[in-house]
Write a protein that binds this ligand. Structure first.
Ligand SMILES: Nc1ncnc2c1ncn2[C@@H]1O[C@H](COP(=O)(O)OP(=O)(O)OP(=O)(O)O)[C@@H](O)[C@H]1O
Length: 262
């Protein structure tokens, strides 16, 4: 963990503070007065580059809010957020949209594939829209990692849920974003298809050096991560390295025992 206050570097030259994103003293309040909810209450966290991070915590603890703030999908009430070298708090909409497009990938619970396009067309669509040429070699690696073989020419409705989500992950990877954010990316999948997608996410970190941040409720899914940060009542309360599903389950039971399910 770096404690430096200067703008984080995004590595590349082997710098020691390989931080892909950072939240510093982030507060997010909804509403005001007596009905105010502090979704995030002074959260500081570094998202390490090339690391698979899971965000866990009881329902309502602020997981999605933290992810949305880190990804520039939501504004903060106070505190600061960086994505790579860029402080995004205070950025105007246009710049923020550009930054999201060029540096961030998203995977949601719903696969959000276009039904009339083939798998491979879906994968390259965001770059086609942005008028960017896919790096051919990279695309080949991504496609090889997805392991969809001849199904790449198939349309989404000819693929299983797990395969569709792998296409969605490949689409996020194809543009080589600095970070991929996933909000319950396996939430709609059965456990086998979920394992398939999680294995693929894991490989994209190990083989392609991708940085991933994933919100999940599922201890088994979280065990695929390198690091878990735990939120409770809008605060960062714990973290775990090299988690196992059993240890995560134990930690989550601890929250229940304290009645911290807000
Ligand atoms: N748009 C909003 N308006 C008001 N309150 C909100 C809004 N969005 C979230 N909240 C509140 O902020 C808190 C954190 O919500 P958030 O969705 O980040 O939690 P979460 O940990 O992702 O929950 P879950 O696991 O149930 O999805 C909750 O108390 C929630 O009710």
């Amino acid at each position: 963990m770096t404690t430096a206050v200067e703008v984080p570097t995004t590595g590349g030259s082997g710098g020691h503070s390989a931080v892909a994103a950072r939240a510093e003293g982030v507060v997010k309040a909804y509403g005001s007065g007596e009905t105010q909810v502090l979704a995030l209450d002074n959260v500081s966290v570094d998202v390490e580059k090339g690391v698979f991070t899971a965000i866990m915590g009881p329902s309502g603890s602020g997981k999605s809010t933290l992810m949305h703030c880190l990804a520039g999908l939501d504004t903060v009430s106070s505190g600061r957020i960086w994505v790579g070298d860029t402080e995004i708090t205070g950025l105007k909409d246009k710049k923020l949209t550009q930054l999201r497009r060029d540096h961030i990938g998203f995977i949601f619970q719903a696969f959000n594939l276009l039904p009339t396009l083939s798998a491979i067309e879906n994968i390259t669509l965001p770059m086609d829209i942005a008028g960017r040429k896919a790096d051919k070699e990279w695309l080949e690696r991504v496609v090889a990692t997805v392991g969809l073989g001849e199904r790449l020419k198939h349309r989404p409705n000819e693929l299983s849920g797990g395969q569709q989500q792998r296409v969605a992950v490949a689409r996020a990877l194809a543009a080589r974003p600095d970070i991929i954010f996933g909000d319950e990316p396996t939430g709609n999948l059965d456990s086998r298809a979920g394992a398939e997608v999680l294995g693929f996410l894991r490989r994209s970190v190990d083989d392609l050096g991708q940085t991933i941040v994933m919100v999940t409720h599922d201890p088994v899914a979280a065990a695929y991560a390198d690091r878990i940060v735990f939120l409770a009542d809008g605060r960062l309360v714990d973290e775990m390295r090299e988690p196992t599903a059993d240890r995560v389950l134990d930690r989550m039971r601890g929250f229940d025992a304290q009645g911290r399910t807000s």
